[in-house]
Design a binder for this molecule. Structure first.
Ligand code: ZN
Length: 304
């Protein structure tokens, strides 16, 4: 009986989830963070009203939804999340009401990076452990995010299918150009300088895609305080490997990076955007502007 009720409610949610909206109404979409909201806006254009659950420049790893956030989530037509363990709070919410929003995992199909990729004692063969959520730092993954989001918009609002596909094609072309520009810009950095230190381990996908090693004293979450031993280890690594620059991150406490710079005499190369955009009129108001800003910051500090 229990399972029958569950089946009926799931079927009901699926019906609600696929009903198309009236032509004059915008789809109400909540994206979990600013980067996803921007990608969704690019695909949805005039037919969507997108809000980021977490404000730009806030630290997502520390986020817990307030009752007002839960209310906003329940009122949405579509909720778009990153997945890959980036929104652990989502599993603790019960969004399975009869007017449940359609839920989309933008990273569906991305090849996840294991968290312990630097641990070479690990065999890695059948790893089902935690993965690195920062997949948007590889532009080819965002091309996949955009396709997944377009598919969701078309399912929920098939009347505007042609426009969503047109927006997707335009955005995909811009992402392809961005990817090429990143590779071109990084090629101006001498190979021996393609190694930097940041604060939290947010650039694993960037490192793998673009060949710039980014070492971080903090893990993929930003909350843990490193031990004195960890800090000593990083200081030794910075000296041994002659790392040319240390970078701060927006939305992350700068004190650790500043301490590393002070103790090693290595310069602060600037501030990188890892997990959030800036405000709209700032230097990283969109995903593409964010990546371009990071590349300018990196090349200004590292290229001859
Ligand atoms: Zn992060």
């Amino acid at each position: 009986m229990q399972s029958l009720i569950k089946f009926i409610s799931v079927a009901f949610i699926m019906v609600i989830g696929t009903m198309s909206v009236h032509a004059t109404e915008k789809l109400k979409i909540i994206a979990s963070f600013s980067i996803l909201a921007d990608i969704t806006q690019k695909i949805g254009g005039d037919f969507v009203d997108v809000v980021s659950l977490v404000d730009p420049n806030a630290d997502l790893h520390q986020f817990e939804p307030r009752p007002t956030d839960i209310k906003r989530l329940l009122e949405a037509d579509i909720v778009i999340v990153n997945g890959l363990g980036f929104e652990p709070w989502l599993g603790r919410l019960n969004l399975a009401t009869k007017t449940a929003p359609m839920q989309i995992i933008a990273s569906q199909g991305v090849m996840p990076l294991a968290l312990d990729r630097h641990d070479h004692t690990h065999t890695g063969a059948n790893d089902t452990g935690p993965v690195d959520p920062h997949a948007w730092q590889d532009v080819s993954n965002v091309r996949l995010y955009a396709k997944n989001i377009a598919a969701a918009l078309i399912t929920r609002d098939p009347d505007h299918r042609a426009r969503y596909l047109e927006n997707l094609a335009d955005y995909d072309a811009a992402l392809e150009t961005l990817d090429r520009d990143i590779r071109g810009a990084l090629s101006t950095i001498p190979p021996e300088k393609r190694k930097i230190v940041t604060t939290h381990d947010a650039f694993g996908y960037f490192e793998k895609a673009y060949g710039l090693a980014m070492i971080a004293p903090l893990g993929v979450g930003s909350e843990a305080q490193p031990s004195a031993k960890d800090v000593a280890g990083i200081i030794r690594q910075i000296r041994d490997e002659a790392i040319p620059a240390i970078f701060l991150e927006t939305a992350i406490d700068p004190r650790l990076a500043e301490q590393l710079a002070a103790e090693t005499g290595v310069k602060i190369g600037g501030t990188l955007y890892a997990d959030t955009l800036s405000q709209k009129n700032g230097p990283a108001g969109t995903y593409i502007a964010m990546m371009e800003t990071n590349i300018r910051t990196l090349t200004a500090a590292l290229a001859p």
